[in-house]
Design a protein around this ligand. Structure first.
Ligand SMILES: *Cc1c(COP(=O)(O)O)cnc(C)c1O
Length: 420
């Protein structure tokens, strides 16, 4: 597919819709997603796994939990990887089959475990012996056996940003590999659990397949050891984590490369594999559309481009120093070197320093690219700003798929007690 966000007649479009038309109708800032891009990414990831026998692809809902986005993926045959009761309810609301939902997370509460049992989800990814015991007791009290796998921590360095690495020994996720056989023995003997395999997820925005391959190989050895100990292993969950290019010229492994590696490493495992991709499905399918408030002269000779989007709308640059492309919706052809910042009263509200980008002026529209993953879902109302809305484009039509929530509406949920 050609990029869904392209210049036509000098103006940036989302599919066939001019972004200026969306800004006019909905205001800014606003996230804009392309249905065609979501579908193409979903199909490409699946095609990458074509050599495998009937894998379950469970979209990592936390990357983009918008109901319309989930619906598109449900129509593509995707299930869901959820990490909270709220995400579980979203996946069900989008029409995903309970059997195609896996529940990850290191801190599932009793209420969340109960919800998963009540809804009959397909798999619990147990992250500790303690969680396994609790889930077993709750399931037994209901007279059921919860389908479950043990998430291990393979202690590999995913080579990604520290805050999105999840598979090193010091990270909170999963069970140390050395303890896994004993824990598995114990949990498999509990009547409330139907232990059926193993899982891992080592981190996000992985630019290299080597750490994944290393982790999968460790999982394969564990799987063989568990079988040798008499366990029936029918499932293995390989998590998500495949990165996307954010910077110009950046080259990352494609889903086909990933799928080929998986097929090679898992040959002979004889299990149903589950995958939990998030970013690679939604990342490049969305932009954050913003308007330049003003361009302010800076002391070092570089102007500050102050836009109406901020760290509360797109947190990744402030959280991880992440790079998002910045481009004018109607580029003049002139380029500048600028600092791109939001209006929030934090120095961290900076999208880029010393970035070479399209020249823009007060009132111009611009986009932050590759904002479909971990964008709107991390938004807050910090500085009493509105909660950012979301739009889905489909060909020449578009719909608001999440409203802008005004500060007045948020204030209306607050109370001043009568004793003040
Ligand atoms: C976040 C997460 C994912 C998705 O990661 P991506 O990098 O977006 O693919 C998958 N599985 C688990 C358990 C996660 O926490």
């Amino acid at each position: 597919m050609n990029t869904p966000f392209a210049l036509r007649g000098g103006a940036l479009h989302a599919e066939d819709v001019p972004l200026a038309a969306i800004a006019e109708a909905v205001g800014t800032p606003v996230y804009v997603y392309s249905r065609a891009a979501l579908e193409a990414n979903a199909a490409a990831f699946r095609a990458g796994l074509a050599a495998l026998d009937n894998p379950l692809v469970a979209f990592a809902v936390k990357a983009n939990p918008n109901l319309a986005v989930l619906k598109v993926l449900q129509q593509q045959g995707y299930g869901a990887d959820v990490v909270s009761g709220g995400e579980l309810l979203r996946a069900l609301a989008a029409g995903m089959a309970p059997a195609d939902i896996v529940f990850s997370g290191v801190g599932k509460t009793r209420e969340e475990l109960e919800l998963g049992l009540a809804k009959g989800i397909g798999q619990f990814n147990i992250e500790s012996r303690e969680e396994g015991r609790e889930l077993a007791a709750l399931a037994a009290a209901r007279g059921v056996s919860a389908p479950a796998v043990l998430r291990i921590n393979p202690d590999v360095d995913a080579g990604t940003h520290d805050k999105i690495s999840t598979g090193k020994a010091e990270n909170k996720f999963g069970i140390p590999l050395a303890l896994a056989p004993a824990f598995y023995d114990e949990l498999a003997a509990l009547p409330g659990l139907a232990m059926r395999g193993v899982a891992l997820h080592i981190g996000s925005q992985l630019a290299d397949l080597a750490p994944l391959e290393q982790a999968f190989a460790k999982l394969g050895r564990l799987l063989a050891a568990l079988r040798a100990a008499g366990h029936a292993i029918s499932h293995a969950d390989l998590g998500g984590g495949l990165g996307i290019p954010y910077q110009p010229g950046e080259k990352l492994p494609a889903p086909a490369d990933y799928g080929a590696m998986v097929a090679r490493v898992t040959a002979g495992w004889d299990v149903r594999l589950t995958f939990e991709p998030g970013r690679v499905i939604v990342g490049n399918a969305g932009v954050l559309l913003t308007r330049v408030v003003r361009v302010k002269q800076g002391s070092a000779g570089r102007p500050f481009v102050v836009v109406d989007a901020a760290m509360n709308d797109l947190a990744r640059p402030a959280l991880y120093g992440a790079y998002h492309d910045f481009a004018a919706v109607r580029p003049s052809g002139e380029r500048i070197e600028a600092n791109i910042v939001g209006p929030i009263c934090e120095t961290g509200d900076t999208f880029a320093m010393g970035r070479e980008c399209d020249a823009v002026q007060s009132g111009d529209l611009a986009v932050f690219g590759n904002a479909g993953a971990y964008g709107a879902t991390m938004a807050s109302t910090y500085n009493s700003r509105a909660l950012v809305p979301e739009v889905l484009v489909d060909g020449s039509r578009f719909a608001v798929v999440a409203d802008r929530i005004a500060p007045e509406t948020i204030m209306a949920a607050e109370r001043v007690p009568d004793w003040l």
